[in-house]
Design a protein around this ligand. Sequence first.
Ligand SMILES: CC(C)(COP(=O)(O)OP(=O)(O)OC[C@H]1O[C@@H](n2cnc3c(N)ncnc32)[C@H](O)[C@@H]1OP(=O)(O)O)[C@@H](O)C(=O)NCCC(=O)NCCSC(=O)c1cc(O)c2ccccc2c1O
Length: 134
Amino acid sequence: MAFDVQIPVRFKHCDPAGIVFFPRYFEMINDVVEDWFAQSLGTPFEVLVKENGAPTVEISAGFTAPSLHGDVLDFRLTPVRLGRSSVSYEITAHCGDELRLRCSGTLVYIQRMGKSQPWPDSIRERIEAQLPSS
Ligand SMILES: CC(C)(COP(=O)(O)OP(=O)(O)OC[C@H]1O[C@@H](n2cnc3c(N)ncnc32)[C@H](O)[C@@H]1OP(=O)(O)O)[C@@H](O)C(=O)NCCC(=O)NCCSC(=O)c1cc(O)c2ccccc2c1O
């Protein structure tokens, strides 16, 4: 089961050429992950960060067509691997039928500013239920 969210391309996202500048895509990707935790995993980051964290340890992205101010991007996040303390995901963003980006990333559940920790059962169970093989 995937998590879907729309993000409109705003003036602040665009470079002087009028297209989304790539660091802004990484901010959008983080927004998608934050929304996934809040809306789908039952743990908003503002709650999670009180005693824990979830830093990204690996991320890669490919950009297949430019996005313009006013476009509405349909982001889809799919968790693809769940470990003891890590989760790997894939994200796509489309505008209409056109693929604009692909991304794969891994984040790790940690003690605040510390070492990796096993996922709490409440989060683990929700991610497990969303893995493609489930
Ligand atoms: C995150 C670390 C502290 C982990 O180090 P540690 O020694 O505790 O654990 P391990 O090395 O044994 O690994 C645990 C776990 O992670 C998997 N893993 C580690 N590295 C990779 C990798 N490169 N690619 C894929 N997977 C990896 C490993 O296989 C283990 O998996 P299991 O499932 O088997 O447990 C340490 O790595 C670290 O500090 N890294 C630096 C992280 C960082 O600075 N990232 C930069 C961006 S910060 C960021 O994005 C971010 C920060 C926050 O504070 C947030 C807080 C809240 C929400 C989001 C945040 C956020 O996005």
